[in-house]
Ligand binder design. Structure first.
Ligand code: PEP
Ligand code: MN
Length: 272
């Protein structure tokens, strides 16, 4: 992971797959604060393949505001523009001038009208950063198109972040290692170079299982990603979503410690 902007170390977005309640989130904020994580995941809306727990929704916005008050930058996926607006209305008053709020558009949210309108909402405040995850199918031009739609919606390039979460395996792109999604690190690096927008690697949604996370991370470390997204849960086995791929904060420390020294994410708590 390299440095992209002056004085900026590799970025780390970490926290539970989904926000489940106040206790879980308060613990996550404390852990994120100790490690100087750039954004803590407090994700309130979960797209689900089949009906099930799909997030705390508006009810959880106050948790992001609490993170902001505690000096930890919060982040959540949003599915539609009204959710982006509600999060901004609820969180920005608690965020200092140097604070940041991360909103992201998930892989399955592939409607260009929604992408542009979310960007239009997010562009209202320069403290809001918008992360764009790649679409599930393997296409470089579609991925670039998501970025074009966000720019069309008025997002400043410096407030945009890209995230590679792998592509759904198909006959042309099988997954011999049994990963949940297949990474195309070369494509991610081409998109990163062409656009000059920071690119994060979401190792959790590529791996899909705890025992594959480290390999995905180490393979990613051979490329010039600008940081990582990792799902971290206080009690992964009992997570309400994505239980198989989440690790504890202590396991995160141990895993980051295995990064090659020149790419290591230097965080006081991790190295302590
Ligand atoms: C997520 O990051 O919570 C998520 C749902 O991932 P993706 O959009 O990559 O499937
Ligand atoms: Mn998840």
């Amino acid at each position: 992971m390299k440095q992209v902007r002056a004085n900026q170390r590799p970025m780390l977005v970490a926290g539970p797959c989904s926000a489940e309640g106040r206790e879980q989130i308060m613990f996550s904020i404390e852990q994120a604060k100790q490690r100087e994580v750039d954004f803590v995941r407090i994700s309130l809306w979960k797209p689900r393949t089949k009906p099930g727990f799909d997030g705390l929704k508006e009810e959880g916005i106050s948790l992001l505001a609490e993170a902001a008050q505690m000096g930890v930058n919060p982040g959540t996926e949003i599915l539609v523009p009204s959710q982006a607006q509600a999060v901004m209305d609820g969180v920005l008053p608690s965020l200092g001038a140097d604070g940041k709020l991360l909103l992201w558009i998930g892989a399955r949210n592939q409607n260009h009208y929604v992408q542009q309108e979310i960007a239009r909402v997010a562009a209202q405040d320069s403290r809001v950063h918008l992360m764009l995850k790649n679409q599930p199918w393997h296409s470089e031009s579609h991925w670039e198109g998501i970025l074009d739609h966000a720019l069309e919606g008025g997002m400043a390039p410096e407030n945009l972040i890209l995230c590679h979460r792998g592509f759904t395996p198909d006959v042309h792109h099988p997954n011999p290692n049994g990963l949940r999604n297949v990474a195309d690190n070369e494509m991610a690096m081409r998109v990163r170079e062409k656009t000059n927008i920071p690119m994060l690697l979401d190792i959790s949604h590529i791996a899909g299982a705890v025992d594959k996370l480290e390999d995905v991370m180490l393979e990613g470390a051979e490329h010039n990603y600008d940081g990582m997204v990792i799902e971290v849960h206080p009690n992964p086995r009992f997570a309400w979503t994505d239980a198989k791929q989440q690790i504890t904060w202590e396991e995160l420390d141990a895993m980051l410690g295995k990064l090659p020294a020149e790419r290591a994410v230097e965080r006081k708590a991790v190295l302590a």
